[in-house]
Design a protein around this ligand. Structure first.
Ligand code: MSP
Length: 535
């Protein structure tokens, strides 16, 4: 491994059978906040997302729309999956599509390698398959159908009948990896998180693994099996490999791909929803072990956004498009809300009322109001020029101590993917600064013109602005746009440079914002909301 190995984070690659809903955006936002945070610790970072374009699900949707799957995928990527990254303000470094040659060629090479190593053999498969999950199911996984599906066995995720697959396919010797995987996870308990996900994977592994059919012969929308073009690679076997093909898996020594791979692999975090945990924590590491490639450091399974107690989904017509929320609240509020309101790793629900309430309380009245009050006072009392502070009193020392604690807490929490705790620590600091303003009553201090009062006023105004400087740095990964606006209102770029270049772990330093910075009032960071949207 090269010495400047990047922090490498991936999201799942999304099926292009439909446009994204906020459940998909949720994973990408979490990945974006975490990678921006690592970047602001001056680490080198690689953030990958992309689309999963093969398989029956996409093929059937394309057919139902009277088009070829490739054309359908192109259309959905261009019109929906790439634009949503802008909508939610994601700063990914790469976007992989599984129909790209850089992927398909490396998948074929990988498959051949496993075949040569004796891990792939021909066999026949008969059993239930859910096209919605693109997954071979075990009879015990299924539920009895109700209503129009009475008498049929249904997928518990999609509540639709499964199909029976009966084919001669190529099989991967997954069963050979059960014990080594158990050992691996015993030795690396942080490799599957949170704990509930770890427990689920361990108990699944202990029931024993069956070999996995990794090709399909009854349709052709997939990557041809290199030694048997009458079959295409099973969509999950193809899809999981994206994490490694995107960074040059198995490229020849000395090539650009090989260098990239050395600088990124193994992935530090694969972010996944809990529904796709087993693919990532069982099949994927077994594939890598078979090819003698290093295993990812952590698979982190987050919960679901629920509607009426069920996973939000387009197929159940409960999907909300990210733009519906972002158009109303803005991308910053979207990112803030979902990561603060739902404990990462657990399920959560979204409601307009809850989001409106938090927007108003935390953002408009909390941070937004503090920033505008600060700018207004520096404008009124100091002509918009940040004054030099005098000596700290107990009140400032208290804030500085709290800031040190806040940075420590937020940094540790975000690195553990406890976004809610990280964001909350900063919110509490903002509350404390608002309280400081209320208690110090700078508007009263400003009434006396003696030197002591003027010095005191300057200390208070400086302290508020410098606290806002620290908040801008810590919140930048969460709310890139509003904090950039705040940075500009603080006139901070002139003396401190780009906001994104400020280190989060140094943000507790005191009296950093240069005296003399030009403070402007500008636009409100979080404008009052228009009337309620039609939900
Ligand atoms: N294509 C596969 C992943 C392959 S990764 C090698 C897939 N795609 S998906 O589009 O169906 O889902 C992608 C991600 O979105 C999953 O992590 C899934 O958990 C997440 N979500 C889909 N609906 C969701 C919610 N309602 N709530 C939270 N996340 C959800 O699976």
């Amino acid at each position: 491994m090269s010495s400047d190995k990047a922090f490498y984070l991936t999201t799942p690659i999304y099926y292009v059978n439909d446009a994204p809903h906020i459940g998909h955006a949720y994973t990408t936002v979490a990945g974006d906040v975490l990678t921006r945070w690592h970047r602001q610790r001056s680490e080198s970072v690689w953030f990958l997302t992309g689309t999963d374009e093969h398989g029956q699900k996409v093929m059937r949707t394309a057919q139902a729309n009277g088009t070829h799957p490739q054309e359908w995928a192109d259309r959905l990527v261009e019109s929906a999956w790439l634009p949503v990254l802008d909508t939610i303000d994601a700063a990914n470094d790469d976007f992989i599509r599984t129909t790209q040659p850089r992927h398909t060629e490396r998948v074929q090479r990988f498959l051949q390698r496993l075949k040569d190593a004796g891990d792939i053999y021909e066999g026949s498969y008969e059993g239930p398959y859910c096209v919605g999950c693109e997954e071979f199911k075990l009879p015990g996984d299924l539920l009895d159908g109700e209503g129009e599906f009475a008498g049929q066995k249904c997928c518990p995720v999609h509540s639709k009948p499964v199909e029976t697959v009966s084919e001669t396919n190529w099989f991967f010797r997954l069963s050979a990896y059960g014990d080594v995987l158990i050992k691996h996870y015993e030795d690396n308990p942080g490799a599957v998180r949170p704990q509930s996900a770890y427990n689920e994977v361990m108990s699944f592994l202990k029931t024993g693994l069956q070999d996995l059919s990794i090709s399909r012969s009854t349709f052709d929308w997939g990557i041809p099996v290199p030694w048997d073009p009458s079959q295409v690679v099973y969509v999950w076997f193809d899809a999981l490999l994206n994490y490694a093909t995107a960074v040059g898996l198995d490229d020849p020594a000395g090539s650009e791909g090989a260098e990239k791979f050395a600088n990124t692999w193994p992935a530090d975090v694969h972010l996944v929803g809990k529904d796709i945990l087993r693919f990532h924590a069982v099949i994927w590491p077994a594939m890598l072990m078979a090819a003698e490639v290093a295993l990812p450091k952590c698979v982190y399974a987050h919960g679901w956004l629920l509607v009426g107690g069920e996973k939000m989904s387009k197929s159940k017509l409960t999907g909300i498009a990210p733009s519906q929320i972002v158009d109303h609240f803005g991308s910053d509020a979207f990112r803030y809300y979902f990561l603060k309101a739902i404990q990462f790793g657990q399920d959560g629900s979204f409601s307009w009322e809850d989001m409106s309430a938090r927007y108003t309380a935390d953002l408009a009245n909390g941070l937004g109001n503090l920033a505008s009050r600060s700018a207004a006072m520096v404008g009124k009392y100091c002509d918009g020029i940040l004054p030099a502070p005098g000596d700290d009193t107990e009140a400032e020392t208290h804030l500085h101590d709290l800031l040190k604690k806040t940075v420590e807490t937020a940094d540790a929490a975000v690195l553990e993917l406890d976004f809610a705790a990280g964001i909350n620590a900063v919110k509490e600091f903002i509350d404390a600064v608002n309280l400081y303003v209320t208690n110090q009553e700078p508007w009263k201090v400003a009434k006396s013109e003696d030197a002591e009062s003027v010095a005191r006023l300057h200390t208070i105004l400086y302290t508020i602005a410098d606290c806002l400087r620290a908040v801008a740095v810590m919140y930048h990964p969460v709310m890139p746009k509003a904090t950039a606006e705040l940075w500009s209102q603080l006139g901070a770029a002139a003396g401190l440079g780009d906001l994104a270049a400020q280190k989060v772990q140094d943000s507790a330093e005191w009296r950093v914002l240069p005296v003399g910075s030009i403070i402007t009032k500008g636009e409100g960071l979080f404008p009052r909301l228009a009337e309620e949207p039609v939900a």
